[in-house]
Design a protein around this ligand. Structure first.
Ligand SMILES: Cc1cc2nc3c(=O)[nH]c(=O)nc-3n(C[C@H](O)[C@H](O)[C@H](O)COP(=O)(O)OP(=O)(O)OC[C@H]3O[C@@H](n4cnc5c(N)ncnc54)[C@H](O)[C@@H]3O)c2cc1C
Length: 641
């Protein structure tokens, strides 16, 4: 504490960071009635998109849809500030259909800032937090006042202090500091302390958290250059437009908006490869100047050239960053090579021969925590009332950050309000899968969500996110009755439609048989149930419209869901029984203070891992790497005893 510190206020929940995690955390806590404060290094970059100007993508779209169903903010913000929208993987099964929207970066940030500014119960402040430490909560609340004049009670809390000495007391703290903690930027052999986009790093807080005993480690990530639109030769690029029919992220978006801008595609070539190989010695990554571990699934272009040496070319997307800017984002070309080499790399690529760099590519290294130190509520096991969310927890991506922030915000508010914990299970959502993976398995590089991470992906589809989760959002108090009733109406229509499809027989006719033959499907000799026709791989509701005379007027949403459930009924039923089995194990609690070294028959490695992770249930124990099914059988017998 220094002599100028002064008392500036008390809260139930204090959120450090107004990035994607911090926004959802603060909004959820404030909407649940907790007095909440949110701090950020710069109010001009609330909800900043320091990397790709897009929201969603494979599995990330699922997270946004799930968050929206629960009452989060990112989905509606993305719809309001969307430049172009595409449903990825349409050619594949519904489990991997994923929405991705190009976003106007500046507008999105402005929209999120104004959203927070107008939220009741929320205090929003530009201030760098330099320390956070356990403390008793003050009994008095006159601001400003000297700390000495404060009288303190017995209630436990936290004391956080800003660089300017403003001291706040709070019952809970959520650390959502992203890539700022001891941030260091690398471009070739130049490196310096910095947060993303030239913002201040948060070095003092990193030192304080280390001293507190948090298990911090170094990760890194990187971003490509932003180049000037007028310096690109678009005639040499492949144009990629948005979808004709736009599917919104949010359940509340009734007017999905229109595509405003295209994206473009180009490829690296042998020259690009040679430029990179000739200059690899100048890469901070390959000269090992960068210590932090980078994201396996978002490699830099130099990493791709080295790791996939046999590949002749790598795809790159040229994406607009906004309507009122000439900046174009070079997706797939992130790098930390020197700027002159970056220029030669980009100018070796078709369409970019005369490109002008407006912002060079860079890598950023930062401190983040080992997420196995957290509970599935996002609270630290060793520090009551302290929570972690987002990139700070070792994940990578706006969407991954946002969902962790939401869960942390709800739990911090509930802790203060004495309510039960809010935990989402992996059998019910990608959010539950993400958090369970982080706190149970940990991550050795920035964790990115992928559909392959869920063993229940056929049931955890984008199109049924509301059906799976909105009732939970309603029970939490973050979804209104009116919204929930709207969903119930849609689900009732879907159920009725599935029954109609199971009870409607379409007679064989020339028109129907032509539709079937055109779709490469066997024509009918006798009548067939509508549902049986829909179960044929190439047959869709849309195709059958002309012959499905009794079909009521239904929205595309209802028809899409009915079609998926009819087509995949068998697979879904099988996956549901796996989920029920897993839920049975999830319901088998494990004592918090168990001494696993005393469990007879348990292997040493398993006992050590269980002691470290302290799983809450047998289900969670079954997912700890190094704990075998045999160990789980021993645990189940031990639990029963
Ligand atoms: C250069 C770069 C490249 C990236 N590349 C990728 C990628 O390729 N793929 C991908 O999925 N993701 C990438 N990301 C990550 C993506 O940006 C993050 O995942 C996402 O922004 C994380 O959200 P967050 O809320 O956790 O943190 P952030 O969005 O980083 O927000 C952190 C917030 O904390 C505030 N803050 C930090 N410390 C303090 C303090 N002491 N006091 C007050 N406020 C503080 C900041 O002001 C900011 O508001 C990249 C990020 C960067 C910077």
């Amino acid at each position: 504490m220094n002599q100028h510190d002064f008392y500036a206020g008390s809260f139930d929940v204090a959120v450090i960071g107004a990035g994607h995690a911090g926004i959802e955390a603060a909004a959820a806590a404030a909407k649940l009635g907790a007095s909440t404060a949110i701090f950020t290094v710069s109010l001009d970059w609330v909800g900043n998109l320091p990397c790709n100007p897009s929201i969603g993508g494979t599995a990330k779209g699922h997270l946004v849809k799930e968050l929206d169903a629960l009452g989060g903010v990112m989905g509606i913000a993305a719809d309001k500030n969307m430049l172009q929208s595409r449903m990825l993987n349409r050619g594949k099964g519904p489990a991997v259909h994923s929405l991705r929207a190009q976003i106007d970066r500046r507008e999105y940030s402005g929209w999120m800032k104004h959203y927070l500014e107008t939220l009741p119960n929320l205090y929003i402040k530009q201030a760098e937090i330099v320390s956070a430490e356990p403390s008793k909560m003050p009994l008095t609340n006159d601001i400003p006042n000297t700390i000495e004049n404060q009288t303190f009670g017995e209630e436990d809390g936290w004391k956080i202090t800003t660089k300017l000495g403003a001291t706040y007391y709070t019952k809970t703290v959520i650390l959502a500091t992203g890539t700022f903690l001891r941030g260091r930027v690398y471009v070739g052999d130049v490196d310096y302390e910095s947060g993303p986009d030239g913002m201040f790093p948060a070095t003092e807080l990193a030192d304080c958290l280390k001293e507190l005993g948090l298990p911090l480690r170094r990760f890194k990530t990187g971003t490509p250059a932003r180049v000037r639109r007028s310096s690109i030769d678009f005639s040499k690029l492949e144009r990629q437009d948005g979808d004709e029919k736009i599917v919104p992220f949010s359940f509340d978006t009734t007017e999905p908006g229109e595509n405003k801008v295209p994206c473009y595609i180009t490829y690296t070539n042998e020259n690009t490869k040679q430029v990179i190989l000739d200059n690899l010695h100048r890469s901070p990554l390959y000269s090992h100047k960068i210590e932090g571990t980078g994201p396996r699934y978002c490699p830099s272009i130099e990493d791709k050239i080295v790791r996939f040496a046999d590949k002749k070319r790598h795809q790159a997307f040229i994406e607009p960053c906004g309507l009122n800017t000439e900046e174009m984002y070079l997706q797939g070309l992130s790098s930390s090579l020197p700027e002159d080499v970056q220029m030669r790399i980009y100018r070796s690529i078709e369409g970019l021969e005369k490109v002008e760099i407006m912002r060079p590519a860079y890598a950023i290294e930062y401190d983040c925590v080992d997420p196995t130190a957290l509970l599935p509520t996002m609270e630290f096991k060793e520090f009551s009332g302290l929570y972690g969310a987002g990139q700070f927890n070792g994940s990578s991506g706006y969407e991954e950050a946002a969902v962790q922030g939401f869960v942390a915000g709800v739990n911090a508010a509930f802790k203060v309000q004495g309510k039960d914990e809010f935990i989402l299970h992996r059998s019910g959502s990608y959010i539950g899968t993400l958090i369970d993976d982080l706190v149970t398995k940990g991550c050795s590089d920035p964790y990115r969500m992928m559909t392959s991470r869920s063993e229940y992906r056929l049931v955890l589809r984008q199109d049924n996110a509301e059906e799976r989760l909105m009732h939970i959002g309603y029970e939490l108090g973050l979804v209104s009755e009116e919204r929930f009733n709207r969903l119930k109406d849609i689900l009732a229509l879907k159920e009725q439609e599935i029954i109609r499809a199971e009870t409607t027989t379409l007679p064989p006719s020339d028109e129907l048989n032509k539709i079937l033959e055109d779709a490469g499907s066997t024509p009918l000799k006798t009548g067939a149930k509508l549902c049986d026709l829909l179960r044929r791989p190439t047959i869709t509701y849309e195709m059958l419209t002309p012959v499905d005379k009794t079909r009521p007027v239904l929205s595309e949403k209802v028809l899409e869901q009915a079609e998926v459930e009819i087509k995949y009924a068998g697979y879904i039923a099988r996956q549901q029984s796996q989920i029920d089995e897993q839920k049975r194990l999830e319901q088998m609690p494990l004592p918090e203070n168990a001494d696993y070294s005393k469990v007879v028959g348990l292997r040493l490695e398993a006992a050590e891992k269980l002691q470290k992770i302290k799983p809450k249930t047998v289900g969670q124990a079954s997912r700890i790497s190094g704990v075998t099914p045999a160990d789980i059988s021993v645990l189940i017998i031990w639990c029963r005893k």
